[in-house]
Design a protein around this ligand. Structure first.
Ligand SMILES: NC(=O)c1ccc[n+]([C@@H]2O[C@H](COP(=O)([O-])OP(=O)(O)OC[C@H]3O[C@@H](n4cnc5c(N)ncnc54)[C@H](O)[C@@H]3O)[C@@H](O)[C@H]2O)c1
Length: 275
């Protein structure tokens, strides 16, 4: 896809982090943008900060894990700007730890946002994108955790592998049907965002009973290490620039961190050797 000006993008999780950088890049490309996010104060602050783009940007509170909210988002986007050309299924959260220690509430929340959110986006937006027939792209934010093994959260790793599989499947289906659409899985390593504070948006009914337990020194140390890694990580704007280069080049796997390609190679070698 080469030309973006005058076209319309929908960005889930667009009020912060990678999503917000994608929103800003879409706007500087001359696009219209609908920001969908569950966190209302962040959404309002983002819309305020982008007011110079006038009516080209608007927002809506949406929980992507809820099918009817994504349905309402699609109607809102269509009635505001007409046809949609870029769909960024980007909203994501992390929780839990080992596969057996993660609670069913951890699994439900992470699967709901990271996997069902992407499924809802595809099932609600892609049919219309096929019908209008203009070129377009679906970019699903997975993670390098979706291409290698060993993430500290089983639920997060499971959803990100699933998002890579779903993106590959969607691309094959576009090819088979001769659609003018393409799909890519965005698979970054660490990016400097608030992903580690994702619990700020966790619904009350999916909180673990011990959510307010006192922080142990070990938990505190782990948290500080993660925060330090995130703070030194790639700025989200670099990821957004990489995504646009990738769309212009017709890519289907977007790995902004060059070193991660070697990790993927090692995983597949490991699979063939059975580690
Ligand atoms: N930051 C990283 O190092 C990193 C690395 C690889 C992949 N990712 C992925 O990038 C994506 C964006 O995360 P980020 O790092 O920018 O984190 P972030 O927390 O800064 O931004 C995530 C955004 O998603 C929104 N959100 C959360 N739950 C939602 C829901 N149910 N419905 C709608 N919006 C919701 C949040 O309000 C927030 O604005 C996620 O899918 C994440 O898994 C992040």
């Amino acid at each position: 896809m080469q030309s973006f000006a005058g076209k319309t993008a929908v960005v889930t999780g667009g009020a912060a982090g990678i999503g917000r950088a994608l929103v800003e890049r879409c706007l500087t490309e001359g696009m219209n943008v609908v920001i969908a996010d569950v966190e209302v104060p962040a959404l309002e602050a983002t819309l305020d900060a982008l007011h110079s783009f006038g009516s080209r940007v608007c927002g809506r509170r949406v929980d992507v894990s809820q099918a009817e909210e994504v349905e309402a988002l699609a109607q809102f986007a269509r009635s505001t700007f007409g046809d949609i050309h870029l769909l960024f299924n980007n909203a994501g959260v992390g929780a839990g730890n080992t596969a057996w220690e993660s609670t069913l509430k951890d699994w439900t929340w992470v699967m709901g946002v990271n996997l069902w959110g992407v499924i809802h986006g595809i099932s609600r937006f892609v049919p219309d994108m096929l019908t209008h027939g203009e070129p377009g792209y679906v970019i699903n934010t997975a993670s390098i955790a979706g291409l290698v093994r060993g993430h500290h959260s089983a639920a997060y790793a499971t959803t990100k592998h699933a998002v890579v599989a779903l993106s590959e499947q969607l691309q094959v289906e576009f090819e088979r049907t001769g659609a003018k659409l393409a799909c890519a899985a965005l698979c970054p390593s660490w990016v400097n965002t608030r992903i580690n504070e994702g619990g700020r948006n966790r619904p009350g009914h999916l909180l673990n009973p011990d959510a307010n337990r006192p922080v142990t020194p070990e938990m505190q140390r782990h948290w500080e290490e993660i925060q330090a890694a995130a703070a030194e990580a790639t700025p989200p704007s670099v990821i957004a620039d990489f995504v646009f280069e990738g769309m212009r080049a017709g890519k289907h796997y977007l790995m902004p961190h060059a070193e991660s390609k070697a990790w993927v190679e090692r995983r597949f070698e490991g699979i063939l050797r059975d580690y």
